[in-house]
Design a binder for this molecule. Structure first.
Ligand code: F6R
Length: 247
């Protein structure tokens, strides 16, 4: 595991974008595992900027997103499909047919989970999986206590996550209670993993994930067992680790 310490969010974003762009340059048809949330926004902005300058080409790149709220249509501004369009896809030359996100409108959970797993398999697996981390150390929507063996599944969100995500909605009641998420097994099968974190709210989760026991109670702790993980985190997110002299 490599840990890159950055001074702040902007430097974290640039470093993460550098790692992703290296992947796209080395393998133009790379399969990018993508995430939503606040943390990757800066990295997406940086990649868009490099694309606009002519330094990056996404015409052959494929993508699979980690998750989607169940019940939301892609046209819903709160959906992750909408988020990806607005914050990344519509600004670059990735082909819409090469992007994949779980279908929030599919009510048959088994069908959608099976479909999404087979999409990932047909793409030949994920070359680099970008991850944020929840305050409770969730990755994707894999909440504490879920089995590490899971592939794509339908998750009931925890109160912690509903609370954290309510900042994007006008009220807590509007936050969907269920989501489709790729599982820890899908994430661990990615050839490379890039986890990004910024801010003191992530310090505890990051410390427990990287230096604590490997347990489903701390979902990101499983990453300690992956052979190709890069962590890019700012000083605030690493504060507990730095304080303990572990880095
Ligand atoms: C997003 C996702 C989540 C977020 C996590 C952190 O697709 O799967 O695991 O990465 O909740 O969210 P932010 O970046 O908003 O703090």
């Amino acid at each position: 595991m490599r840990i890159y310490k950055t001074k702040d969010y902007n430097e974290m974003s640039r470093k993460a974008a550098n790692i992703i762009s290296a992947q796209v340059i080395m393998k133009p048809d790379a399969v990018l595992g993508l995430a939503t949330g606040s943390t990757p926004l800066g990295a997406y902005r940086q990649l868009i900027d490099w694309y606009k300058k002519g330094d990056l080409d996404f015409s052959e790149t494929r993508s699979v997103n980690l998750d989607e709220y169940k019940g939301l249509a892609p046209s819903d501004p709160q959906s992750y499909a909408y988020f990806m369009q607005e914050n990344f896809f519509r600004h670059i030359n990735i082909k819409p047919e090469n992007t994949n996100i779980p279908n929030g409108l599919e009510t048959d959970e088994n069908l959608e989970c099976r479909r999404y797993n087979s999409v990932i398999k047909q793409l030949g697996g994920i070359d680099i999986q970008l991850l944020g981390i929840g305050n409770n150390a969730h990755i994707g929507f894999n909440e504490p206590g879920e089995a590490f063996e899971k592939e794509t599944h339908c998750v009931r969100l925890t109160e912690d996550t509903i609370q954290a995500n309510s900042r994007f909605f006008s009220s807590m009641d509007e936050v969907p209670r269920y989501a489709y998420s790729t599982g820890i097994k899908n994430i661990m099968q990615a050839r490379n993993i890039l986890l990004i974190a910024s801010g003191t709210a992530k310090a505890q989760a990051l410390y427990r994930s990287l230096f604590g026991p490997i347990t489903p109670l701390v979902p990101a702790s499983i990453l300690q067992l992956h052979s190709n993980v890069s962590i890019v985190a700012d000083e605030e997110a690493l504060s507990l680790i730095l304080e303990k002299g572990l880095l």
